[in-house]
Ligand binder design. Sequence first.
Ligand code: ATP
Length: 285
Amino acid sequence: MSQQIALRTDDLAVTYTGNRNVEALKGVDVEFPENRLTAIIGPSGCGKSTLLKSLNRLHDIQSNVDVSGDVLLEGRSIYDTDEPAPEIRRRIGYVPQTPTPLPLSIYENVAYGVKIHGDYESKSDLDDLVESYLRKVNLWEEVRDRLETPAAELSTGQIQRLCLARSLAVEPDVLLCDEVTSALDPISAERVEETLESLKTEYTIVMVTHSMDQARRLADEVVFLYLGELVESNDTRSFFENPQRERTRSFVRGHTIAETDGDETNENDAEAESEPADEPVPAER
Ligand SMILES: Nc1ncnc2c1ncn2[C@@H]1O[C@H](COP(=O)(O)OP(=O)(O)OP(=O)(O)O)[C@@H](O)[C@H]1O
């Protein structure tokens, strides 16, 4: 059965123009299948966040960023279009690393999203929708008795799930998640992972992560970037068990060793970044 493609890039290039030009993405062609979770991985500075932000035109709000090529949502350009950028960002939601609740109650944080989408007729409809989105992110049971308290009183992990609920409430087609567990303690991170696991059959999710373990656990597909270029993208099992490129093998091996040692930073980063992309790496020990 062939997989539907929700989102894809076409020769996407991004350059930061400032005191010096930084080519952060160089002609990237990558596909994100519908209702699957795709992890974007790669060493620090390889362009993961730049790619994620290109996928819903977040660079528009920054000066000094040149974007060329294209991003297509269900086959239609999100750059060459009359569709307003806020509507594009509603359809392709972005969840940042550090969650920021609105200075409102728990209820109103989610209701805010529903009101943007406008798909309710009565207060009771709104109540039902708020409950359903809080249930989707596994937060309902934890907050049902205190919906009117300020969202800021929740724990960071609960706030992250609340922000996910708010993003879902505008009914996006795609959800972009930028290292959404990295600011959380392990238990809160686990709850957010459980939430993403339950959402991924219903939404197309694209997630940047530094953790190979997290990519293995959660992702259906993996995209590996290196120095702004796409090295390899494949289903998760093939990616980790049968990488096609030497660069991928080297990166996965380095991370596996680092994570086994309890350090999720990539010990290979410095070494990897100093090597030209197509230089052969030593054979696996
Ligand atoms: N606003 C900016 N202005 C200039 N250069 C930038 C800007 N943002 C990112 N860069 C540069 O673009 C390149 C890619 O950065 P990006 O943040 O996309 O990498 P990343 O893979 O997400 O990194 P990390 O894993 O450390 O978060 C890096 O060289 C970075 O220094």
